[in-house]
Design a protein around this ligand. Structure first.
Ligand code: ATP
Length: 320
């Protein structure tokens, strides 16, 4: 057995009348409870890959597995109840209330009214919208960010183990977008779904992904790794170029101060700035810069000193 919830095995999609495949023999596994981000340039096949997973698009060849089961030929309607789908345009039905939009799949599954109502309220709570205020409203009476939350609630209605998200925060202003990303992380920490999320925004990928799949044209898998590894050890020039000039600085946000080799504290450290072991190197460096010191004391959660972190140690730890 495998702990992979989603697996693509040599999946190819060739649209009629095109020369090169949109997805050419992609093999990719997503572990249960993890968020995998598909990141790559426009037209590289991200959306096609996502829609192959829930069979909105039929593969030309290859196989797709959900929780170890070959679903390449499974009934698409049944499959989609096990895989929630969230898109950028949200796709709420304008003539239906928020409650009816969220209750869509439970209704098709034949749940009774009381159970649907309870589930709708539970989901509104989960995504941070007050049920009393929002349940009877219509989509146009909500902001874009609130509609996006409803879209997520709807996708979660039948409690599917997996969730596909296509540029879920794409059309939203930068400040709301950051708030929704934070809300996404809090929600995911509680519900632990297996998520495949498409974006072309590197910052979003680094923030939300447990692992990032960098795709080239034809959904060629160039690198599939943790955010820190993508930034620290780009597989080739394509990835290095994609993650760009700020890679070393971005990586500092992903490494905890307590995770690198600290120096012994030694004698007098009065007046040193202090950072928590779980704070990032980025925050540690910021603290040092603001206090005008080249060293900080690293302490654990109970305030016990663990060692000394120097500027030089951060430079040594950063892959050149
Ligand atoms: N229905 C279709 N028929 C023919 N070609 C298509 C169809 N849908 C997509 N394509 C082509 O397949 C390729 C991959 O498209 P896809 O939408 O998967 O890319 P993407 O990475 O999601 O792009 P973007 O980031 O711009 O949304 C593109 O070259 C696109 O033009």
């Amino acid at each position: 057995m495998t702990d992979e919830m989603i697996r693509l095995d040599g999946v190819t999609k060739r649209y009629p009348g095109t020369d090169a495949p949109a997805v050419g023999g992609l093999t990719l596994g997503v572990r249960a409870g993890e968020t995998a981000v598909l990141l790559g340039p426009s037209g590289c096949g991200k959306t096609t890959t996502l829609r192959l997973i829930n069979r909105l698009i039929e593969p030309t060849s290859g196989r797709i597995f959900l929780d170890g089961e070959d679903v390449t030929r499974a009934d698409p309607d049944r499959l989609r109840r096990r895989i929630g789908y969230v898109i950028q345009q949200v796709g709420l039905f304008p003539h239906m209330t928020i409650a009816d939009n969220i209750g869509l799949i439970p209704r098709t599954l034949g749940w009774d009214k009381k159970k649907i109502r309870a589930r709708v309220d539970e989901l509104l709570d989960l995504v941070g919208l007050d049920p009393g205020t929002y349940r009877r409203r219509y989509p146009k009476e909500l902001s874009g960010g609130q509609q996006q939350r409803v879209g997520v609630a709807r996708a979660l209605a039948a409690d599917p183990p997996a969730l596909l998200m296509d540029e879920p925060f794409g059309a939203i202003d930068p400040i709301t977008r950051e708030r929704l990303q934070d809300a996404f992380l809090e929600l995911q920490a509680r519900i632990g779904k297996t998520i495949v999320l498409v974006t072309h925004d590197l910052t979003e990928a680094l923030k939300l992904g447990d692992r990032i799949a960098i795709l080239g044209q034809g959904a060629r898998l160039v690198q599939y790794d943790t955010p820190a590894a993508i930034l620290g050890e780009p597989a080739d020039d394509f990835v290095a170029e994609f993650v760009g000039a700020g890679a070393a600085m971005r990586r500092l946000r992903l490494v905890a101060a307590g995770s690198i080799e600290l120096e012994p504290l030694g004698g007098d450290h009065a007046g040193w700035p202090e950072v928590q072991a779980e704070q990032s190197l980025y925050e540690a460096l910021d603290t040092m810069l603001r206090s005008g010191r080249e060293r900080a004391l690293v302490a654990d959660g109970d305030g016990r000193p663990l060692g000394s972190l120097s500027w030089a140690a951060i430079v040594r730890e950063t892959p050149a």
